[in-house]
Write a new protein. Structure first.
Length: 248
């Protein structure tokens, strides 16, 4: 007699890493939209012990989404080290692709599948970047000061670091985990925002390929941006050190 067996749940090929601090107003909406866009992915939230209860919202949603995971860090702070923590998880589990985006809904989760599809279609790519600065890319709702700061950081990065892309500082990306293994996550030095440029420098030095796809970036509605002028200055200082190292 033939016994019907339910098919095994399909294995995920991608992890989406979300790094949070004080995002309780945004996180539920973001998680729901992520699973709508990529229902087969694992979503990992790395929260820096937010006092506003961000992690509690995630814990409540874990009852609904069995591929939603949470790491709460009490001993470390900073976007760069949080992204690397999530990347390490994807690498350790052998998931082929790792996606990242901001937790404040500035990035539209419905744009993630195009990054994933591009990475799957071209196995030679180390990273596919969701770009605000290629044809079709847009920024909505930013004051002039933010636009100028971002443009300056990106021009500086492409000029001084010799990167072959237009958007070096946006975090909406799809990485191949084999490429992350190749460059060595332990070798990354930056714990702040400039880790985004540092990753591209490492890929570029190792002969990796990158692609950019246009996305629309929208200014957050809830909460406050963590990118201060001081952090932007620190990022530029770190990029200058990177540039000096690469000239040696």
């Amino acid at each position: 007699m033939h016994v019907h067996q339910d098919p095994e749940p399909s294995s995920p090929i991608a992890m989406i890493g979300i790094c949070t601090y004080q995002e309780s107003d945004n996180i539920e909406n973001l998680i729901r939209r992520l699973f709508q866009a990529l229902p087969e992915a694992v979503v990992l939230v790395v929260d820096d012990n937010s006092p506003d209860g961000t992690a509690d919202v995630v814990r409540r949603l874990q009852a609904e989404f069995d591929r939603l995971e949470l790491v709460v860090r009490t001993d470390a702070r900073g976007l760069g080290s949080a992204i690397v923590r999530a990347m390490r998880e994807a690498v350790d589990r052998g998931l082929p692709l790792f996606l990242n985006l901001d937790a404040d809904l500035s990035h539209d989760p419905s744009e993630l599948p195009q990054l994933l599809d591009r990475a799957i279609a071209d196995p030679s790519l180390d990273v596919v970047i969701g770009s605000r600065y290629v044809d079709g890319g847009k920024i909505v709702g930013w004051p002039l000061r933010r636009r100028l700061m971002s443009k300056f950081v990106n021009r500086f990065a492409t000029g001084v670091l010799g990167l072959p892309v237009k958007d070096c500082s946006g975090s909406m990306r799809c990485y191949r985990t084999a490429a992350l293994q190749r460059i060595g996550l332990d070798s990354l030095q930056c714990t702040g925002y400039a880790v985004l440029e540092e990753l591209l420098v490492k890929f570029n030095r190792s002969g990796g390929k990158m692609a950019e796809l246009p996305i629309t970036f929208v200014e957050r509605e809830h909460g406050h941006s963590k990118l201060s002028l001081a952090e932007a200055v620190r990022s530029i200082g770190f990029m200058m050190r990177l540039a000096v190292q690469s000239r040696r």
